[in-house]
Structures are given as structure tokens and as C-alpha cells.
Ligand binder design. Structure first.
Ligand code: FES
Length: 127
């Protein structure tokens, strides 16, 4: 079997491109200053409750370095005011805003808009 056929191509969604706000869970379902993985149309999306900054972020859950489904369990932090997540495997770090690899340009993450309304968390998709 060709494993590459199974790899979903994740694509960043800009706020103005959102057509569907998918309700993923209640605020209380997410760890404080941590992430959780949610599913949408077969995609694994890491949603981060960055309580220290009072911000929410969403990215692809798969680390683009070695295709590990792990980023929701990565450590989040701030680097020069940029919110970031570090992959637990080889510690590559990515901006939670842009998905940019903060260690270099070799790979980056797709990011998704997040909104919180009436205690529920929504992630934005193109459809
Ligand atoms: S698999 Fe994430 S840094 Fe290597």
C-alpha cells in the first residue's frame, strides 16, 4: 500500500475564508494552557486553549516533520511575543498564529481560525 495516499493535505484557512464554524467542544473540555485533538471530515485538528494569553488557536495535529499525530500534546509557550507549540518528538517549534516553523523553513503547519461563543469553541473551515 502506498502510505502517501493516506496523508491528508492540510491547508490554512484565513478568517475571511471561513464558510463553516464547526462546534468542537465546550471550553471546559480543554486543558488549561494545553491542547486537545478534534476531528473534522477525517482531519485531525489540534485546538489550543492558551489561557495565559487568553487566546485560542487551531492547527493541524500532524507534525509535518515526521508525520506524527502529536501536536495537540505539545508544549505551548511564547517566543518574542509569538505564541508557539513545540512538538514532543524532536522539539521543532511552530507559530500558533502563522504555522511558521520557528526553527527554519523546512516545514510549517496549517492553521485555522477559532472563536468562542457562549462557552463553546468553534473552528473555522472552508466547507
Ligand atoms: S515529529 Fe515533530 S519534530 Fe519531529
Amino acid at each position: 500500500m502506498d502510505v502517501s495516499e493516506e496523508i491528508i493535505q492540510y491547508e490554512t484557512v484565513a478568517l475571511e475564508e471561513v464558510k463553516v464554524w464547526h462546534k468542537v467542544a465546550k471550553i471546559g473540555d480543554f486543558p488549561v494552557n494545553g491542547g486537545a485533538c478534534v476531528l473534522y471530515k477525517g482531519m485531525q485538528i489540534a485546538v489550543f486553549n492558551f489561557s495565559r494569553r487568553q487566546e485560542w488557536y487551531a492547527t493541524q495535529n500532524v507534525c509535518p516533520h515526521k508525520q506524527q499525530m502529536i501536536l495537540s500534546r505539545g508544549m505551548i509557550g511564547t517566543q518574542q511575543n509569538e505564541p508557539k507549540v513545540a512538538c514532543p518528538y524532536h522539539k521543532k517549534t511552530f507559530s500558533l498564529k502563522s504555522g511558521e516553523n520557528l526553527n527554519g523553513n523546512e516545514c510549517s503547519l496549517a492553521t485555522y481560525p477559532v472563536k468562542v461563543e457562549e462557552g463553546c469553541v468553534y473552528v473555522g473551515f472552508k466547507g
